[in-house]
Design a protein around this ligand. Structure first.
Ligand code: HEM
Length: 529
């Protein structure tokens, strides 16, 4: 008996020693490569410092000042290169994309993948199906749908103009962008603008407010990625039980629902979006239609795909997962950029005047004109021809790279970049703040100053990264730009934006999970053109 206990004790000691030796080995990764590293804690790596900072990107920016354009951090044990050298990034994001086609594998354990969370062959399959969604031809067809939602927001704004009071315009942008993405991508008339209590909208909002990164659960998964799959499975099972009770059992008995995680709530309800479309088919080829054209009930094994793109299929669960990610990405990013654009317009009367001057020159009909050549609302063709608008929006996105945390790649094989050996599984993170505010890349005007004309000068191809870079750049970029520009044209054609008294003190920019202000308080004044 005693000898058995001793054997067990020795095995335990052996395993612990082996684990610590492994950790030690992991933590020598950067020193072996002679890459500088800020001080870190055994077991946590740099996570403790990152958790205590205002945001990961801001901490990376601070470290870049001390450790240079290429340095390393350990997220738990995962080595991460933090890079603000544009040539190095070009190599990773563009030239060697085949070796860097994924992002962090944080979601790899999730049951169902989508175009954002997947990697390698699975990602190629998703992206191939979804890519045609926002072609130029499709964007042209979407302009009336976008304009319809913008007409709704313009009607809502009238109340604030007549009452001559300052108000938080960001709230209106969020509702509008949710309606736009749902209408254009899924043919869904959510009308969140008239019904802000729409449950889909509330859950998406809840998801962004959830500060998931600060939860113990999230932190544990970061430190010990090995237990990720098991823990995620346990959480998913609990949520599935809750969903079953909420959907099947409770409705007939009680209105009170058991709490489901907002992401799980959405996943569990989005099936009805598919059913709705299958019951009422449409001739429009939107994102949902493209995905339904390739739906399959069979299991897909990407490893043994024959490589023929015509065979690319999506399962029902994958379609749901893509709807989910598009609702999220399509709504938050665009409304936040519009919020920052409005903030900058309220602060810079000169920029505001120039943009209005360009808008006033557009071939748009006013109410009393009936010229057939004139369009009532700006569309794809009109907003595509606005040089100053381009400069303005680019400067907003340079100063506020809202989704910068997504701009990272994971090595799917061992490779060498600029003479540095990068092992499979290593992350490369673009330090977008350091790049977007780099005097060498963006001078001679101080990059801290809002100056749209700086974009007239040709810059390094990797100096401007708000939508990422390479084959995996933002799939909704052109859609977002058209939507934002149409909104700005119609807003500034009718109103001038003035700063509200609370503009600065209620801005409260935060960065978890994406860069966003709390509120943008402005006044709208009717123009007398
Ligand atoms: C101003 C608005 C937007 C910004 C700043 C933005 C930014 C980004 C960034 C930085 C990425 C990561 C790119 C990379 O890793 O290289 C990304 C990916 C993505 N974005 Fe956007 N985005 C915006 C609007 C949209 C919209 C409107 C949609 C949907 C209609 C969308 C859908 C996506 C998707 C699905 C991905 C993942 C692409 C992939 O991994 O293949 N985004 N976005």
């Amino acid at each position: 008996m005693l000898s058995l206990s001793i054997i067990l004790l020795l095995i335990c000691i052996g395993l612990i020693t082996y684990y610590f030796l492994q950790l030690r080995q992991h933590y020598q990764y950067f020193s072996r490569l002679h890459i500088p590293t800020p001080p870190f804690h055994f077991f946590f790596g740099h996570l403790k410092t990152l958790w205590n900072s205002t945001s990961f990107p801001r901490q990376f920016e601070t470290w870049t000042k001390e450790y240079g354009k290429i340095y390393g951090v350990y997220q738990g044990t995962v080595p991460t290169f933090v890079v603000s050298d544009p040539d190095f990034l070009q190599e990773v994001f563009v030239k060697q994309f085949a070796a860097f086609s994924g992002r962090t594998n944080f979601f790899a354990s999730a049951k169902i993948q989508n175009v954002f969370t997947s990697s390698d062959a699975t990602w190629r399959r998703h992206r191939h199906v979804i890519n045609p969604t926002f072609s130029a031809a499709k964007l042209k067809l979407m302009s009336p749908l976008i304009n319809g939602c913008i007409t709704n927001v313009m009607e809502k704004l009238v109340d604030h103009v007549t009452s001559d009071s300052e108000f938080n315009i960001y709230t209106y942008y969020k509702r509008m962008t949710m309606d736009v993405i749902c209408r254009c991508a899924f043919g869904l008339d959510t009308d969140v603008q008239s019904n802000p209590n729409n449950m889909y909208f509330k859950k998406v909002e809840e998801l962004f407010g959830a500060r998931i990164r600060s939860t113990i659960f999230f932190k544990l998964l970061q430190v010990v990625p090995q237990v990720r799959t098991t823990i995620v499975k346990i959480f998913d099972s609990i949520n599935n039980v809750r969903a079953f009770i909420n959907i099947r059992l409770l409705p007939s008995v009680s209105k009170k629902q058991l709490h489901e995680r907002p992401d799980m709530w959405l996943h569990n309800r989005l099936h009805s979006v598919i059913e709705q479309r299958q019951q009422t088919p449409t001739s429009r080829v939107d994102l949902l239609q493209l995905m339904l054209q390739v739906i399959t009930n069979e299991q897909i094994n990407d490893v043994v795909q024959d490589g023929s793109k015509t065979n690319y299929r999506l399962t029902r669960e994958e379609i749901v997962s893509n709807i989910f990610i598009f609702m999220l990405a399509g709504y938050e990013t665009t409304s936040t950029t519009l919020a920052f654009a409005t903030y900058e317009l309220a602060r810079h009367p000169e920029v505001h005047r120039k943009l209005q001057a360009e808008i006033d020159q557009l071939p748009l009909a006013t109410d009393d004109m009936s010229d057939d050549d004139m369009k009532k609302y700006p569309d794809y063709d009109i907003v595509a021809q606005m040089p100053y608008m381009d400069l303005f929006v680019s400067e907003v996105l340079r100063m506020y790279p809202i989704a910068n945390q997504a701009i990272q790649r994971r090595a799917s094989e061992d490779t060498i970049v600029q003479g540095i050996k990068i092992e499979k599984g290593t992350l490369v993170y673009a330090d977008v703040y350091s790049i977007h505010y780099d005097q060498e890349l963006w001078g001679p005007e101080d990059p801290k100053i809002f100056f749209p004309e700086r974009h007239e000068t040709k810059r390094h191809p990797m100096a401007y990264l708000p939508f990422g870079a390479g084959p995996r750049h933002c799939i909704g970029m052109r859609f977002a730009l058209i939507e934002m520009k149409i909104l700005l044209v119609r807003l500034l054609l009718e109103y001038s934006i003035l700063p509200g008294e609370h503009l600065h003190n209620k801005l409260n920019i935060h960065e978890q999970p994406a860069l966003a202000p709390e509120a943008v308080w402005v006044k709208l004044v009717k123009r007398s053109v």
